[in-house]
Ligand binder design. Structure first.
Ligand SMILES: [Fe+2]
Length: 274
C-alpha cells in the first residue's frame, strides 16, 4: 500500500512537471547542444575565467562559436525578436527592442536549442558559482536585445546594478566601436560592492549612477560575433552610442544570489507598506 502511494506521488510529480519530449528525443536539439557545449569547453578556460572575474570583474573570450553555430544563434535571436512583443517602446530614443524569456522550458518550447545549451551550460555555471559561493539562481532571466542607431541607448550612464548579478553576454553580431559595445570602468567593482552590501544590510535605496566621465580608466569591450562576456554588475558599466547604419544584437543571461533577491523582496515590501 505504501509503495503504491509513493509511486502515485511520483507519478503526480512527473505529471505536474512540464514535459517536453523534444528534450529527450530531438536529434537536432542534441546535436546543437553537443556542439555548443564542445565549443564552450574548447574555448573557455575555466581557471582564467574565474581569475579574471575575480580580479577585474569581467572575463571576455572571443569567438567561442564558429560561423555555423553563430548562424544558429542568430536564427534563434531573429525568431524571438519577431515573435514576441518588445518590453520597450521601439520608437523611443533608445531605439531598442527587448524580449525577456524566463526559463529553459520556454526556450525548448520555442526550439531555441543553442540558447538553451548556452544558458544551461555547466562550465559557465561553475564560473558564476565561483563568484556567489552561496546559493544563486542560474540564468533565471534571458534577454534578447536588438538596438538600432542611437546616441542614447538604454543604460547609457555609468552605473552599477542595485541587485548584483553575473551577466553572460553573447555578441550575436560583430560588436566593434560603432555597434555600441559594453563599456566598463576598470577596478570599480570592489568599492561598489561595499556600498551595495551596506544597502543589503540596512535595506536602503542607494544611488548607483556614477558621475565618472569618459576616458577615466574605461574600457570598451569590443569583440567579433560569437564572443562571450561574463561580468560582475558591481563593475561600473554602460551601453555606448550605436552609430548610424549599425546595429547591436545581444543575448544576455542574468544570475542572482538569493541574498540579492531577498533584499529586493524586503525593499519592495518596505516601500509599499508605508
Ligand atoms: Fe546595468
Amino acid at each position: 500500500m505504501l509503495k503504491l502511494k509513493l509511486n502515485l506521488k511520483k507519478l503526480i510529480l512527473v505529471k505536474n512537471k512540464y514535459i517536453n519530449f523534444d528534450y529527450f528525443i530531438s536529434t537536432e536539439l542534441n546535436e546543437i547542444k553537443k556542439k555548443v557545449n564542445y565549443s564552450i569547453i574548447s574555448n573557455i578556460d575555466l581557471n582564467k575565467a574565474v581569475k579574471d572575474l575575480n580580479n577585474q570583474g569581467f572575463y571576455l573570450v572571443e569567438k567561442v562559436f564558429d560561423e555555423n553555430l553563430i548562424n544558429q544563434f542568430e536564427k534563434e535571436f531573429d525568431y524571438v525578436i519577431e515573435k514576441y512583443n518588445s518590453t520597450f517602446d521601439e520608437t523611443s530614443i533608445s531605439n531598442s527592442s527587448q524580449v525577456r524569456i524566463f526559463n529553459q522550458k520556454n526556450m525548448i518550447k520555442d526550439k531555441l536549442y543553442a540558447c538553451s545549451a548556452l544558458f544551461g551550460n555547466l562550465e559557465i555555471k561553475n564560473i558564476i558559482k565561483s563568484h556567489f559561493k552561496k546559493k544563486f539562481i542560474f540564468n533565471s532571466d534571458i534577454f534578447f536585445q536588438r538596438s538600432g542607431p542611437t546616441k542614447k541607448p538604454l543604460a547609457s550612464e555609468y552605473h552599477f546594478d542595485i541587485l548584483n548579478s553575473i551577466k553572460v553576454w553573447l555578441y550575436v553580431d560583430d560588436c566593434y566601436e560603432d555597434n555600441g559595445p559594453l563599456e566598463v570602468v576598470k577596478e570599480s567593482f570592489k568599492q561598489n560592492k561595499e556600498i551595495r552590501e551596506v544597502s543589503y544590510k540596512n535595506l536602503n535605496k542607494i544611488s548607483n549612477v556614477s558621475n565618472i566621465q569618459e576616458h577615466q580608466n574605461t574600457l570598451k569591450l569590443t569583440a567579433p560575433k560569437g564572443s562571450i562576456i561574463i561580468f560582475n554588475t558591481d563593475l561600473l558599466h554602460r551601453a555606448t552610442e550605436i552609430k548610424s547604419n549599425f546595429i547591436r544584437k545581444v543575448i544576455r543571461g542574468h544570475s542572482f544570489s538569493e541574498k540579492a533577491l531577498e533584499y529586493n523582496y524586503e525593499l519592495q515590501r518596505n516601500y509599499t507598506s508605508h
